[in-house]
Design a binder for this molecule. Structure first.
Ligand code: PHE
Length: 454
């Protein structure tokens, strides 16, 4: 078998490139599509508060841990653990992450395909003059049709593969740097339109006025899963990206910036969606379709709505793309570094397998919705297993590894760039990754499983 030449590993070329790529990975459908739909089903403001707590107390430490493992290991998630602790079972965490990448991308590409359809409808002015109920119907017709969602999904996977194939510097970094800032400006404009709709106040209350009686063990687990998912952590995406970060760049600052940007976009997405949801009389617990029926309605209420809608869906496609490439990159880095196959072949094989699983996810949201596995559709099963089980489990072992196995000296060395940076937070960080984060994740898990009751 051909061996991968590690001296030829690709890397990010600049600080701003890293932040753009990592933020590009974090910011995506998780913020715009998943957060509103999951928050809508899990109590709105109360969910948001728990989510924010988890981002700070668990998300940022896990993110820093992933960067540390990646940059120190200089490998894909499996290879990094294996190199740092040879002959020990830690590399299984890497394998679990790679499995999660397959699952996540399979269901993510379903939704990404939907965004392409919505971009196409924006171009062809397909939303014009439609009432909220007509928009709802239009969405379900599209979903039930079966063929178009699958075609768009394949197109999306093809786009993802093409960028990944081009490599880190010329592919991922180049696109992320230009497009993410434009996206931010656009959401801001949509927020302004949404909160000035008549009846918007109720939506803002839903998002910001907590009703703590809505909190259940499941809501807490959902918030944890969503925080990890949104930050792209728990499965090795940021181990992989971390391995492309140069030894001179600052890991802590990168992690703070990425987490801050991602959280900002999540809150903005909430502000954009919920006022409109209530103004249009849509059920906030509507589910996966929520933003697809809400957003076109907002555009109907905007002067120049045709262009706003066009721009928005274009950028949403791109935001999704900068996330899907980061997921595919995990698998491709693993295949090419560990199996010694060329990057091109690794990309083709990974894309083909994921697309096939993904097609079943897409169909399970439409024509095959009655086919259930363990009482759930294929889509929900993969979504739940990866986001609420694999990511928290991955996050748990990642912090345990950094806290207890890698050794404080090594961690400090990595986070301070061998003492060049001060890294004053190191003691606090160690307490969090050794005790606070793992205990919190374990409690949430056991609580949800009913093994621990409060
Ligand atoms: N964070 C991405 C989003 O919010 C999704 C993602 C999850 C990407 C896990 C990589 C790893 O859209």
């Amino acid at each position: 078998m051909a061996k991968f030449d590690f001296s030829q590993r690709d890397s990010f070329s600049s600080k701003i490139g890293i932040i753009a790529a990592a933020a590009g990975s974090a910011i995506g459908l998780g913020n715009i599509w998943r957060f509103p739909y999951v928050a809508g089903q899990n109590g709105g403001a109360a969910f948001l508060i728990i989510y924010l707590l988890f981002v700070i107390a668990i998300g940022i430490p896990v993110m820093l841990s992933e960067f540390t493992i990646g940059r120190r290991g200089q490998r894909n998630p499996y290879g990094a653990f294996k190199k740092l602790r040879p002959g020990q079972p830690w590399c299984l965490i890497g394998i679990m992450g790679i499995a999660a990448a397959f699952f996540v991308l399979a269901f993510y590409s379903t939704i990404a395909g939907w965004t392409l359809e919505y971009l196409y409808r924006s171009v062809s002015n397909g939303f014009s003059g439609k009432s909220p109920s007509e928009l709802t119907e239009m969405f379900s017709d599209f979903q039930q049709g079966g063929l178009m969602p699958v075609i768009w999904q394949i197109v999306f996977m093809f786009l993802t593969a093409w960028i990944v194939y081009r490599g880190v510097r010329k592919g991922i970094e180049k696109y992320a740097k230009i497009l993410m800032p434009i996206f931010l400006v656009l959401i801001l404009v949509i927020c302004i339109r949404s909160i000035t709709l008549p009846g918007a106040g109720e939506g803002l209350n839903f998002l910001f006025k907590p009703d703590f009686s809505k909190i259940t063990p499941n809501v807490i687990l959902e918030a944890l899963g969503q925080a990890l998912f949104s930050l792209s952590i728990g499965m090795g995406t940021l181990i992989t990206y971390g391995s492309y970060i140069s030894k001179k760049d600052k890991l802590p600052n990168t992690a703070y910036s990425v987490a801050a940007a991602d959280t900002f976009v999540t809150v903005l997405a909430g502000i954009a969606i919920f006022p409109a949801v209530f103004a249009f009389g849509i059920n906030p617990a509507e589910g996966e379709a929520l933003v697809f029926i809400t957003l076109p309605g907002i555009f109907q209420q905007m002067a120049g709505g045709y262009f706003w809608s066009l721009f928005f869906f274009m950028l949403l496609v791109i935001a999704a793309l900068t996330s899907t490439i980061s997921i595919l990159e995990v698998v491709v880095a693993f295949f090419s570094e560990e199996l010694g196959i060329s990057r091109k072949r690794a990309t083709v094989v990974a894309t083909a397998i994921i697309t096939i699983i993904g097609i079943f996810c897409t169909l399970s949201q439409g024509p095959m919705e009655n086919m259930k596995i363990f009482g759930q559709s294929m889509f929900s099963l993969l979504e739940y297993t990866s986001v609420n089980l694999l990511l928290p489990l991955g996050g748990f072992f990642i912090v345990i590894f950094v806290g207890w196995v890698l050794g404080k000296r090594n961690v400090k060395d990595e986070l301070s760039n061998k003492g060049v940076l001060k890294a004053r937070f190191i003691n606090l960080f160690m307490v969090i990754v050794r005790v606070i984060a793992p205990v919190a994740i374990a409690i949430i898990f056991l609580n949800q499983l009913g093994l621990l009751k409060f």
